[in-house]
Design a protein around this ligand. Sequence first.
Ligand SMILES: Cc1cc2nc3c(=O)[nH]c(=O)nc-3n(C[C@H](O)[C@H](O)[C@H](O)COP(=O)(O)OP(=O)(O)OC[C@H]3O[C@@H](n4cnc5c(N)ncnc54)[C@H](O)[C@@H]3O)c2cc1C
Length: 314
Amino acid sequence: MSGVWIYADKYEQVFELLTAGRGLADSLGTKLTALVSGDNDTAQDLIARGADEVLLFPPLAEDQPVQDYVPLMADEAREADPDIFLIAASLKGKEMGARIAARLDTALCSECITMNIDDKGKLQMERLMYGGSAIQTVSINSRPQMATIPPRAYEPAQVIDSRQGSVRTLKKPEPSGMKVIDRKGKAQSSGDISAARVIVCAGRGLEKQEDLDLVRELAGVLGAEVACTRPISEEKHWMTEESCIGLSAKEVKPALYLGIGVSGQIQHLVGIREAGIICAVNSDENAPIFESADYGITGDLYKIVPALIEEFKK
Ligand SMILES: Cc1cc2nc3c(=O)[nH]c(=O)nc-3n(C[C@H](O)[C@H](O)[C@H](O)COP(=O)(O)OP(=O)(O)OC[C@H]3O[C@@H](n4cnc5c(N)ncnc54)[C@H](O)[C@@H]3O)c2cc1C
């Protein structure tokens, strides 16, 4: 049998995988199957956005983790033998992808950023290596060819009218040894930087935590979200990891990114590759960020940021 399968534990990422999967399925002349937890309305929405078939998981019990779908997904994939199986690279998706690949005795390319079908009908994947300074091309000889796809690698699929598809409801997964005891939301220090059109990013050029107020004021004037580099979230703990941009954090796609006291190391720049306009304020004229910036101001942020706030207020 054949086909392209997709699964994402977060609904927004299902749409991105639909775009990725639809392209591959069309290239191979095969069908696209989406695995999703939900009801018939969910399934019809996914069909309207590109799926040919939806395999619906019945809802889990309150204390069942989403990882309980793993044995079921592996059994279904063994039976249907798809060519390609893509899983969203969320925290849970990465774990589930690895466990499914192990059960199917196949290989998995993690954090794959582009995919193409070559002239022999084989999947060619690209992923970043060495902190984002190199791109590795990967192909897999076993079936299914599996990959995890990071968020925002593909645009979300839009609704196309009059698409038809089939829906099959799977059996409820058996409870595993793992039980969910409690669910708590993470503390958020700011809004969602992933969806922001304007981002002001605080770097280690700031001397103390209170100086973040200056960056927040600038962000307020610009209608921007405040983000940070890894030292600000992971070393100083002035902001949460949700606000951090980069290789080991979030990739963002704002129309405007403004880095304040950010040096521009590769691991950070990887996260702003898709930004429209990059601006930087840094006291060191040789700071690497100036090589990637469309506009740069060399100088002390404690003089420049207040001046920018005054100007933008006007
Ligand atoms: C495996 C790995 C993964 C990583 N992942 C990430 C990641 O996801 N995200 C990330 O951000 N980093 C990541 N890093 C860390 C990364 O390599 C850099 O260390 C980090 O991005 C530097 O942060 P920064 O620019 O805030 O600090 P610094 O590199 O310390 O830069 C501070 C800048 O502020 C400037 N400055 C100082 N005072 C002033 C002033 N008064 N006015 C104006 N400018 C001033 C300085 O000239 C300097 O350029 C990772 C590293 C590794 C090894």
